[in-house]
Design a protein around this ligand. Structure first.
Ligand code: DGL
Length: 256
């Protein structure tokens, strides 16, 4: 059991940022990644569509006999996690936007950037209620951004730069002290976001929190490989068979 892989799912490349963090913390584990790049982005689709696509991708990972599953996508987590947990008998870890650490670290307002679906769905709205955070959190539903990252992340194109400048302009000089990256794709353009915002802000993402949670769940269940077990294997899969997609995966994950 302990040698089985941990499955990672995302709509595309975003979850690779979470996988990288998991590999840094637990290099001894075996990992299998599935990004649904053929259907990305998810964030502008209906909940029903996101649900169906996510369940299909997760089905692929489950057929690989994984011991735990990370939904490395805020959008997919919001759409499926409660129902999925009832259906599978392995631990399922989802993403949670880093609202809590952001509110604890800054005194002023926090800008929450995420896909339209994440901002709209119940899970995130419950989170805001739970932390009584509505007054200090400014929501920014980013149409198109995940899709642009999926296709342009390696080039850091002018198109992306111009888009970010326009997107963030209305929030400048409004007392924003922190930005929460509520989509795993955005983690790859963290510096571009910081630069486009142009003010002194702290940036938060949920990757470390998710990976720490994964580690404790594996320990609690007694299914963690011992840290001296040697380096595990990593398999990257995309639903898109075009060469560009696989090149992007490899470049983002291995840096080459
Ligand atoms: N990476 C995803 C997230 O964390 C979604 C991007 C998308 O497909 O729209 O929300």
């Amino acid at each position: 059991m302990i040698n089985k892989s941990i499955g990672f799912f995302d709509s595309g490349v975003g979850g690779l940022s979470v996988l990288k963090e998991a590999c840094a913390l637990m290099p001894e584990e075996n990992y299998i990644y599935y990004g649904d790049s053929a259907n990305a982005p998810y964030g502008e689709k209906s909940r029903e569509e996101i649900f169906e696509l996510t369940m299909r991708g997760i089905g692929y990972l489950m057929s690989n006999d994984i011991k735990a599953l990370v939904i490395a996508c805020n959008t997919a987590t919001s759409a499926v996690i409660d129902e999925l947990r009832k259906e599978v008998d392995i631990p399922v870890i989802g993403m949670e936007p880093a609202i809590k650490p952001a509110l604890a670290a800054v005194e002023g307002k926090v800008l929450m950037m995420a896909t339209p679906a994440t901002i709209r769905l119940e899970r995130y709205n419950n989170l805001l209620e739970r932390f009584n955070a509505r007054e200090r959190v400014v929501n920014l539903a980013c149409n198109k951004l995940a899709g642009m990252i999926e296709h342009n992340v390696l080039s850091h194109s002018n198109e992306l730069e111009d888009y970010l400048a326009g997107l963030l302009a209305p929030y400048k000089n409004t007392g924003i002290q922190g930005i929460v990256l509520g989509c795993t794709h955005y983690v790859f353009i963290k510096e571009d976001i910081k630069e486009a915002f142009g003010e002194d802000v702290l940036i938060f993402d949920g990757n470390r929190g998710t990976v720490n949670r994964l580690k404790s769940v594996l320990e609690e269940k007694g299914i963690k490989r011992p840290s001296d077990a040697g380096k595990g294997a990593v398999i990257l899969n995309s639903s898109s068979d075009d060469q560009f997609s696989m090149k992007t995966y490899s470049k983002l994950f291995y840096g080459k």
